[in-house]
Design a protein around this ligand. Structure first.
Ligand code: SAH
Ligand code: SF4
Ligand code: F3S
Length: 477
C-alpha cells in the first residue's frame, strides 16, 4: 500500500506566548510544548455523531491538537460519518474527493474516517478510498493517539472494535461550534433493537448506559460554564438503565431525567430519541412535574400501518402508538410538541398502507417530521429477508405526500401558538435581521422577536403575534 508523505514541519511552530497568559489560565501540555497540530473535524448524521466529535476533539486536545475551521490548513482531517441511508454515504465519498484536492496542495495532511461508515466498511475503506489513512469506529476513539502515531510512522491504521462497556463517561467533551447556551450530553450508546431497515445496531454495537453520576456532573459543569440547556442523547433514551457497581443504586430514564432537572431550575432539559415501545407514563409524569423539562417528544412512528410496522420489527402496532400519543396528551396536555420520523416505500408497502401513514399524521398532529424514503442498507434484516420492491418514483411520490401533509400540521401547530406568551431561551441573533433575536420555546419552536436589551442566554417572555409557518414572530412582554 502506498504511504502518504508525512512532513513534520508543524512540530517546529513557535510556542504560544505563554509568559503573557494570566496565571489562572490552564494551558494544555501540548500548547506548552508548542507542538499544536491542527485538527479539522466534520460531522455527518445524527446528534450522537456531533456529540462524539466533541469527545474526539477532547482526546486529541490532550495530544496537542487544536481544532481549526479551515480544512486547507489542517494537519489532520477527520470525517465523522453516517451510514443511515445510501445518500449519507455518497455525501461522504464526495467530500473525500474535495479533501483529496486539498491534500494534494498539502501533502502532510492526514485523513481519517470515523463513525458509522468506518464501522460498516472497516478496512475495506482503505481499498476503496486511497486518500484515507485512518479508519476508526465509534467505540475506538480512545485509541486515536496510538493510531495517529502509527500513521505518523508511515502506516495506515484501523480500529473498528465495538465494545460492550465504552461510554466515554470520564471524558469532558470539547464543545464544538457551541453557542455557549445549548449542549448535548450522551447518556447511552448503541442500540439493542433490531429494526429491520436500520444499520445502527451494526455500526454502534450493543446498548449500554453511562454512569448516572457522570451525566449529572456533566450537566453541573455546563451550568457552571453558563450553559442553559442540555439535550440528553441516545438512540432509545427510554431504555436507559444504569446500576452502580455494588448494585445498591438503580437508575431508569425517568429517574435520570429528574436528577438532571434538579441540577438547576434555570437549566432546560431536552432528550432524544424516545422509542414508542419504551416511553413510559413515569417519564411523562416526570416531564409534567418539572417546568424546566421541555415539553417536546421526538417519537418516531416510521409507519402508520401495523403490518408494515411488524415487517420493520418495530415491536409496536398502530393502536399501541396511538395510545402513547393519547397518554402524552392526557398527561402533558395539547401543548406538548411531538415529532416523528416516517419511512416512505418500505418493502412491499401498498398504497393503502401508505394512506395509513398519512392518516397517522392526521391523528398525531405532529409539530415536526423527519421523513425519508426507504434506502436498503447492506447486512440489515430487511436487506437479507425482504425485497426492496417499491419503485423509486413511487417512493419519492409517497415521501412527497407525507412531507406535504406533515407541513399542513406543522403550520397549524405554529398557528395555534399565536396569541400565547412563550418562555424563550435566546440562542443568538436572528439569521434574517441583526435587530432581532432568535430562540426556542419549550416545544422547540423557533421564536423571533426584537432585540431590545436582551442577550444570548436570557429567558424572555415573548407574546407570539404571528407565524411564518416555520417560526413564531412576537415581542417581549
Ligand atoms: N433510534 C431512532 C432512529 C435513529 S435513525 C429511532 O428508533 O427512532 C433516524 C431515522 O432514520 C429513523 O427514525 C428512520 O426514520 C430513518 N432511517 C433509518 N434507517 C433508514 C433506512 N434504511 N432508510 C430510510 N430511512 C431510514
Ligand atoms: Fe435503528 Fe431501531 Fe435502534 Fe432506532 S431503535 S437506532 S431505528 S434499530
Ligand atoms: Fe448515522 Fe450512525 Fe447516527 S448511521 S444516524 S451517524 S448512529
Amino acid at each position: 500500500m502506498s504511504q502518504p508523505l508525512i512532513t513534520l514541519d508543524f512540530l517546529d511552530k513557535a510556542p504560544a506566548a505563554e509568559a503573557a497568559l494570566p496565571a489562572d489560565v490552564r494551558v494544555s501540555a501540548a500548547t506548552r510544548t508548542g507542538r499544536a497540530r491542527k485538527l479539522y473535524i466534520e460531522s455527518y448524521g445524527c446528534q450522537m455523531n456531533f456529540s462524539d466529535s466533541e469527545i474526539v476533539s477532547s482526546i486529541l486536545a490532550d495530544e496537542g491538537f487544536d481544532t481549526t475551521e479551515d480544512v486547507t490548513t489542517a494537519d489532520l482531517v477527520l470525517l465523522n460519518t453516517c451510514s443511515i441511508r445510501e445518500k449519507a454515504e455518497q455525501t461522504v465519498r464526495m467530500r473525500l474527493k474535495q479533501i483529496n484536492s486539498h491534500k494534494k496542495r498539502r501533502p502532510g495532511m492526514l485523513v481519517g474516517v470515523l463513525g458509522c461508515m468506518a464501522e460498516r466498511l472497516k478496512s475495506k475503506f482503505l481499498e476503496e478510498e486511497k486518500i484515507v489513512d485512518l479508519v476508526v469506529g465509534p467505540d475506538a476513539y480512545r485509541d486515536l493517539p496510538q493510531l495517529i502515531s502509527q500513521v505518523d510512522g508511515g502506516q495506515k491504521a484501523v480500529n473498528v472494535l465495538l465494545s460492550r462497556e465504552e461510554t466515554y463517561a470520564d471524558i469532558t467533551p470539547v464543545r464544538l461550534n457551541s453557542n455557549g447556551i445549548t449542549a448535548f450530553i450522551s447518556i447511552m450508546r448503541g442500540c439493542d433493537n433490531m429494526c429491520s431497515f436500520c444499520v445502527v445496531p451494526f455500526t454502534r454495537g450493543r446498548e449500554r448506559s453511562r454512569d448516572a453520576h457522570s451525566i449529572v456532573q456533566e450537566a453541573r459543569d455546563l451550568v457552571a460554564a453558563g450553559y442553559k440547556e442540555v439535550t440528553l442523547l441516545g438512540q432509545n433514551v427510554d431504555s436507559y438503565k444504569w446500576a452502580s457497581a455494588d448494585g445498591t443504586e438503580h437508575v431508569n430514564f425517568a429517574q435520570l431525567l429528574e436528577r438532571v432537572a434538579l441540577v438547576s431550575p434555570a437549566l432546560r432539559v431536552r432528550f432524544s430519541t424516545s422509542h414508542p415501545k419504551d416511553i413510559t407514563d413515569e417519564v411523562l409524569h416526570t416531564m409534567a412535574r418539572y417546568d424546566n423539562i421541555c415539553k417536546y417528544i421526538h417519537l418516531p412512528a416510521q409507519s402508520g400501518n401495523s403490518r408494515v410496522l411488524e415487517l420493520m420489527n418495530r415491536t409496536y402496532d398502530r393502536p399501541w402508538y396511538e395510545e402513547r400519543v393519547r397518554a402524552i396528551r392526557r398527561i402533558l396536555g395539547d401543548d406538548c410538541a411531538i415529532s416523528t420520523d416516517m419511512i416512505a416505500g418500505f418493502c412491499s408497502e401498498t398504497e393503502d398502507e401508505h394512506q395509513d401513514s398519512l392518516s397517522l399524521l392526521d391523528f398525531a398532529q405532529y409539530d415536526m417530521g423527519y421523513n425519508f424514503f426507504y434506502s436498503e442498507r447492506p447486512g440489515t434484516l430487511a436487506a437479507r429477508k425482504l425485497a426492496d420492491d417499491i419503485p423509486l418514483e413511487t417512493k419519492k411520490r409517497r415521501l412527497q405526500e407525507i412531507i406535504d401533509r406533515q407541513q399542513l400540521h406543522a403550520r397549524a401547530r405554529y398557528a395555534r401558538m399565536v396569541g400565547k406568551v412563550h418562555q424563550v431561551l435566546v440562542e443568538g441573533p436572528s439569521k434574517r435581521s441583526a435587530e432581532h433575536l432568535s430562540g426556542r420555546n419549550s416545544q422547540n419552536q423557533v421564536v423571533i422577536f426584537p432585540k431590545q436589551n436582551f442577550q444570548k442566554g436570557d429567558y424572555v417572555q415573548v407574546l407570539a403575534t404571528s407565524t411564518t409557518g416555520a417560526a413564531l414572530l412576537g415581542e417581549a412582554v
